[in-house]
Design a protein around this ligand. Sequence first.
Ligand SMILES: [Zn+2]
Length: 262
Amino acid sequence: MTSTYYYKGNEYVPKSYASAEAGYWLATGASAAILSPLALTRKPLVKQVLKEQANNNLFKDKFIKAFENSGLIEKGVTLVEPQAFNDFSSEFAKGTNAAFKPKAKQILINTEKSSFLGFHELGHALNQLKSPWLTRMNAKFYGIGYAIAGWMGYLALFSSTKPKDAPKNIEDRIKDNCGKIAFAAMIPVVIEEALASHKGIKLAKSVGADNQMVQKLKSLYAKALLTYVGRCVLGGLAVGTSSMIMEYFTRPQKITNNDVWF
Ligand SMILES: [Zn+2]
């Protein structure tokens, strides 16, 4: 038996533990369902990367030249091949991914397989180290953006213990808007990725990449960007939806026909 309570002259029924539990499972299920297309967004990218590996020899010299011309060596940036630390099984070793590590100032890349991914990583390094302050600030926000989106996903699963019309503090406001905040926090990530590709393609052109190579880079990088747009949009949707579900299953409900109690 659930007991009711009064708040500002209205009577409320708190939701049961069973209701909160049902909400939790529904919210996590809905969130997983909304995020499930993310795995699919990576497929066309990986497919093209594996296909382009046959053309790696076209890109390799251009990539090394672009690195040398970029001014990044002077900033302390180094290329690290996965083979150098006996990595033969990761996605870096397979050449299906490359990365820039800002603190170590390292570009992790298998130039024997996928040099064409490297122009984009040079773009990341340029954004971090050789750009106007707004671009550098945005790049620095990259990791924080991911962290905030993650926290919002966690917060969305908390119960709403207050009635809907209760006065709100800052935490309530954050929770009420967690989907929008998760979405917004990922926007700098999308901007950084788009900028890195833009600069990478510019660098490739500057070292004489022909039109066909540029088209290949554009198509690859567009597919890569789609995965980040997906994380931003679907991530925000998943957080917002699970928060709404938890609210529905846990928020105390006002009893509206209590005027007979006067
Ligand atoms: Zn990137």
